[in-house]
Design a binder for this molecule. Structure first.
Ligand SMILES: Cc1cc2nc3c(=O)[nH]c(=O)nc-3n(C[C@H](O)[C@H](O)[C@H](O)COP(=O)(O)OP(=O)(O)OC[C@H]3O[C@@H](n4cnc5c(N)ncnc54)[C@H](O)[C@@H]3O)c2cc1C
Length: 191
């Protein structure tokens, strides 16, 4: 690595050690308890002062290189909050290590869900050994080549109802999705 790169790595490490880890430990990873948006502003100011805030954003490749590109970073946090031990091992561990990429399938063609999950039309039904998911999704960032999808589907109710939304992790492949066309249906091996 060049001297500049080494310096950046050192400054980033120091920043995480000096400004982030103590707060994370004190509040056990709970961002809201540690100050929510106030904490975000404070940490970002500190990152600017440390000269590291813009580094990942200089290039489209930056977030990818640091394993903080969408939707993987969000999916890491989501899985960290809700995944079972088996799901952590199967989905979270390889994603957090940067060994695989993931996708997030929420948005549906009109009149399905976009920003409002209560409009979800995709249905997930329990069957022996897993789930069958039926629905249509689009605008899935990074779908091609993703190792797994987190799919938002409804397990009860009807479009417009506020309950019934859930998320399933599935090892669908984009090749498989393309083969089956716009109507996606699969027995997702998910528990
Ligand atoms: C670059 C890019 C990448 C994307 N990647 C992904 C991805 O990886 N996975 C994924 O799932 N999606 C992805 N999306 C889709 C994106 O998440 C949706 O476009 C977004 O959620 C908005 O949904 P929509 O376009 O259907 O708009 P809508 O949800 O239809 O919203 C349109 C307008 O209607 C309003 N509105 C919506 N519902 C209501 C309501 N019930 N009451 C009142 N007003 C309402 C909204 O506030 C908004 O002003 C991506 C989009 C882009 C542009």
């Amino acid at each position: 690595m060049s001297e500049d790169s080494n310096d950046l790595v050192d400054r980033t490490r120091r920043f995480i050690a000096d400004h982030v880890l103590g707060t994370d430990d004190e509040f056990d990873g709970d961002v809201n308890a540690s100050g929510g948006d106030g904490l975000r502003v404070k940490l970002q100011e500190a990152a600017r002062e440390a000269g590291i805030f813009e580094e990942a954003g200089y290039s489209l490749f930056g977030p990818m290189a640091l394993n903080i590109a969408a939707p993987d970073e969000g999916n890491v946090h989501l899985l960290d909050q809700v995944a079972s031990a088996a799901q952590r091992e199967r989905y979270l561990a390889p994603l957090a290590r940067g060994l695989v990429r993931s996708a997030f399938a929420m948005t549906e063609p009109a009149p399905g869900a976009g920003s409002d999950p209560s409009a979800l039309r995709t249905m997930a039904a329990r069957v022996s050994g897993g789930w069958v998911i039926n629905g249509r999704k689009h605008f899935i960032t990074g779908a091609d080549g993703a190792a797994f999808f987190i799919i938002f589907a409804r397990t009860s109710g009807f479009p417009g109802d506020s309950g019934g939304a859930t998320a399933k992790a599935s090892n669908w492949s984009a090749t498989w999705a393309r083969r089956t066309g716009p109507r996606l249906a699969a027995t997702a091996r998910w528990r």
